[in-house]
Write a protein that binds this ligand. Structure first.
Ligand SMILES: NC(=O)c1ccc[n+]([C@@H]2O[C@H](COP(=O)([O-])OP(=O)(O)OC[C@H]3O[C@@H](n4cnc5c(N)ncnc54)[C@H](OP(=O)(O)O)[C@@H]3O)[C@@H](O)[C@H]2O)c1
Length: 360
């Protein structure tokens, strides 16, 4: 592909309609495009893995929430999705063919990436990866933005203190499973919740959490009380809605909420009401703090040092839900939003279905 005078036909997944309710494959199409040669300061990357994230649902609405990454324009390639690939051709200092990199031009099989251009608040800027330390796709999960989000949420937004009892919602998902394990490694009592009995077993038996429950099996306040009879000190919120309300009820004095996301509300057409018991923030002196992983890129080296060691020592597990083939990316997202996934959801891009054609 990198040879002078050749061009590659690449594929891109593009949104063609704003999903109403559930995400459907028919909201997208796969388009064949001619991939141009990189110019000075750019590299051409053959993508091998691309990320599937709950928050993509927010960007598939007509407008994304103010202050967030912008909505994806219809009929255009989707900019700002974490992806790993191999450099095919480089015209940028510091990158050579064969290097494994991450960047943010995902949901396509080839990307021309400007080396210096900041992407996703810095988390997605073109970066060379150490694949001797970990498999490339780990850099989309535990050693990338998901790890950073879990780390920043727990240790900065929530200000985890010795002895805190921690509840993590969507605990079997990508960010949740990392936050729950990090809190466990730091010696906390950790409660996880998820949407199936199988996931509850995963949380207890594979991740070693102290308690876990299936939020579909009863009233949340009751389930939480059973798992944490004396209350909680920290709630790592991935879900919002009824989960946040239940947490406010269970939090002890001076408790803290790190609002990471509100996946239960992403498909809502109308603005959602906040928790009905917010007054408890006053009576109990709670701190409720939203945060973005991408606002903490300065923590990346520290996070990767810790998480890399925990993975090597077998203390932190990186479960993956892998879907094969770029055209399956929309179905993978729909599955994640339904809760089909455990751990990090990844699309393994089939790099060998591209076609090369000589330029006349
Ligand atoms: N602040 C940041 O910088 C940042 C960065 C990345 C992600 N996030 C947030 O982190 C959260 C998790 O994202 P992720 O990409 O790691 O996805 P994920 O947790 O791997 O997948 C989403 C999970 O949400 C659960 N879920 C879906 N609808 C739900 C509902 N109505 N009630 C309860 N649970 C529901 C599903 O699991 P169940 O089977 O358990 O229902 C599903 O597996 C999201 O809120 C996302 O926006 C924030």
């Amino acid at each position: 592909m990198s040879r002078e005078g050749t061009a590659t036909t690449g594929r891109e997944v593009r949104p063609i309609a704003h999903p109403r309710g559930e995400v459907r494959a028919s909201d997208f199409r796969v388009v064949e495009v001619e991939v141009r040669q990189p110019r000075a300061g750019e590299v051409l990357v053959r993508n091998t893995w691309t990320s599937v994230d709950a928050a993509l649902r927010l960007r598939l609405r007509e407008t994304a929430p103010p202050g967030y990454f912008p909505a994806f324009p219809l009929e255009e390639p989707m900019e700002g999705i974490m992806t790993v690939g191999e450099v095919v051709e480089s015209r940028a200092d510091g990158f050579a063919p064969g290097d494994t990199v991450w960047h943010a031009a995902g949901w396509r099989d080839y990307a021309v990436v400007e080396a210096e251009k900041e992407a996703l608040g810095g988390v997605g800027t073109l970066t060379k990866l150490d694949v001797r330390a970990a498999p490339p796709q780990f850099y989309l999960g535990a050693l990338g933005g998901n790890g950073l989000t879990a780390y920043a949420g727990l240790f900065h937004a929530a200000g985890l203190r010795d002895g805190d009892v921690v509840w993590v919602s969507a605990a079997a998902g990508a960010v949740g499973s990392l936050a729950a394990q990090m809190a466990k490694i730091r010696g906390h009592r950790v409660i996880g919740s998820a949407g199936s009995d199988e996931k509850v077993r995963y949380l207890l038996e594979e991740l070693g959490l102290d308690a876990a429950f299936n939020y579909k099996r009863g009233a949340l306040p009751d389930l939480l009380r059973e798992a944490a009879p004396d209350g909680i000190d920290v709630y790592f919120d991935n879900v919002g809605g009824d989960h946040l309300e239940a947490a406010l009820g269970a939090l002890r004095r001076s408790g803290r909420v790190a609002i990471c996301g509100m996946v239960s509300e992403y498909a809502a057409e109308e603005p959602q009401h906040g928790p009905g018991n917010l007054m408890l923030a006053v009576t109990k002196g709670l701190t409720i703090r939203g945060f973005r992983g991408s606002a903490h890129t300065h923590l990346l080296p520290e996070m990767t040092r810790h998480v890399g060691a925990w993975i090597r020592e077998g203390r932190l597990r990186c479960h993956e839900t892998i879907i094969d083939g770029l055209p399956q990316a929309p179905a993978a997202l729909a599955g994640l939003l339904r809760g089909d996934n455990t751990g990090k959801t990844l699309v393994r891009i089939d790099g060998f279905t591209h076609r090369e054609s000589a330029i006349a």
